[in-house]
Design a protein around this ligand. Structure first.
Ligand code: HEC
Length: 337
């Protein structure tokens, strides 16, 4: 992980400056660094102490490794812009693994990374979370949510900033007051778009229920009830670390299926914030782990709905043949019990 950190911080200053990234003097250096990153990510994918802990880490590790491999190959093939775009997506894998639950060290290193200032604020925050500077990322996002919305509405800047800030406060820290600070910033900023204010109202209601809770959720049933109580982002971000801890223990098969389904449903709710489609990995894993059960049937239904939606556009739904074949085999596994 320290190596990942080092390689990332070497590349990042060039990533947001297309002139620097394409400058002939930097090509050898970039080629070497990108290749090292790809090789390290391959090792992460096969490192048993990192991988065994929970399914999210496993799913993200494979995503992470294939994105970096693609970046490495396209850079070598001279497609540097594609490679650059691919590399920009890499930090969201670091973020997804590090915020999944509170574990591991937090960095308070104050050394300012001067290149950060050149990057869009959402990317700065992602870089800080990748470097495990959760506190610094949260502070930065809060400041940004309080500022006038100056960018095009389609940049989704405030949406992404709110999502990351909640990922830190709710999912990672499980701290209702820090979550409320995020919402207060949104509600106090008249320039933010209407849809995000509507979301903020729902989050406020979820946090009020959270603060009024008499007992912390512990069991799978508690987490199931918690998700059902609101079906929103706050509930989902509270359920994820809890269900991941349960999944790291030895669950009896019926509970394993239920836990994978619940994790899938929770990740599906937050997928707009960090679109990695982890929920589909969870539904598939549910079907394979508890085949031919009522739970696997539910998992299949959700998987099929999500996949179909992904292939649906203005001209209807068109699913590639290989995807149809894959769905069909999972359907067979999920049925007949
Ligand atoms: C597949 C999941 C995964 C990905 C992707 C990932 N990490 Fe990590 N990282 C972990 C885990 C697991 C730990 C241990 C703490 C924990 O459980 O969260 C960790 C810890 C760390 C640490 C502190 C501990 C140490 O080993 O020194 C650093 C620094 C770090 N990661 C940097 C990065 C950077 C930078 C990236 C992206 C380029 C990244 N990581 C991507 C899973 C991941």
């Amino acid at each position: 992980m320290r190596r990942l950190q080092k390689n990332l911080s070497d590349i990042e200053p060039l990533l947001y400056d297309s002139q620097e990234f394409n400058a002939p003097k930097n090509q050898e250096f970039l080629k070497k660094k990108i290749h090292q990153l790809a090789a390290t990510s391959e090792k992460v994918q096969h490192n048993p102490t990192i991988i065994n802990r929970d399914p999210t880490v496993r799913f993200v590790a494979s995503n992470f490794a294939s994105n970096l491999q693609r970046a490495d190959q396209s850079f070598t093939a001279g497609k540097t812009d594609f490679s650059r775009y691919q590399l920009m997506k890499v930090t969201s894998s670091c973020v997804q693994c590090h915020t999944r639950l509170q574990q591991g060290p937090e960095s308070n290193a104050k050394r300012p990374e001067t290149f950060l200032k050149k990057m869009p604020v959402v990317d700065q925050a992602q870089y800080l979370i990748a470097s495990r500077k959760f506190g610094a990322a949260y502070d930065l996002l809060l400041i940004s949510l309080g500022q006038p919305e100056d960018e095009n509405i389609f940049s989704w800047k405030s949406d992404k900033s709110a999502g990351l800030a909640l990922q830190i406060a709710v999912q990672y820290e499980q701290d209702s007051s820090r979550a409320m600070n995020v919402i207060n910033k949104i509600q106090g900023n008249p320039t933010l778009p209407y849809y995000i204010k509507t979301k903020a109202n729902n989050w406020t209601a979820s946090i009020a229920r959270w603060k009024a809770e008499k007992k912390k959720p512990v069991t799978l049933e508690d987490y199931r009830r918690l998700l059902a109580s609101g079906q929103g982002e706050i509930e989902a971000m509270r359920v994820i670390p809890g269900v991941l801890k349960l999944l790291s223990s030895d669950l009896p098969s019926q509970q394993l299926g239920e836990a994978l389904l619940l994790a899938g449903e929770s990740y599906e709710i937050v997928n707009d914030f960090s679109p990695m489609d982890l929920h589909e990995n969870y539904y598939e894993s549910c079907i394979r782990n508890v085949p031919h059960t009522p739970t696997s049937k539910k998992c299949y239904q959700r998987l099929e709905d999500s996949v179909r939606m992904g292939y649906t556009g203005s001209s209807g739904t068109s699913i590639p043949v290989d995807v149809e074949v894959w769905l069909k085999s999972l359907k067979n596994l999920s049925e007949k019990f």
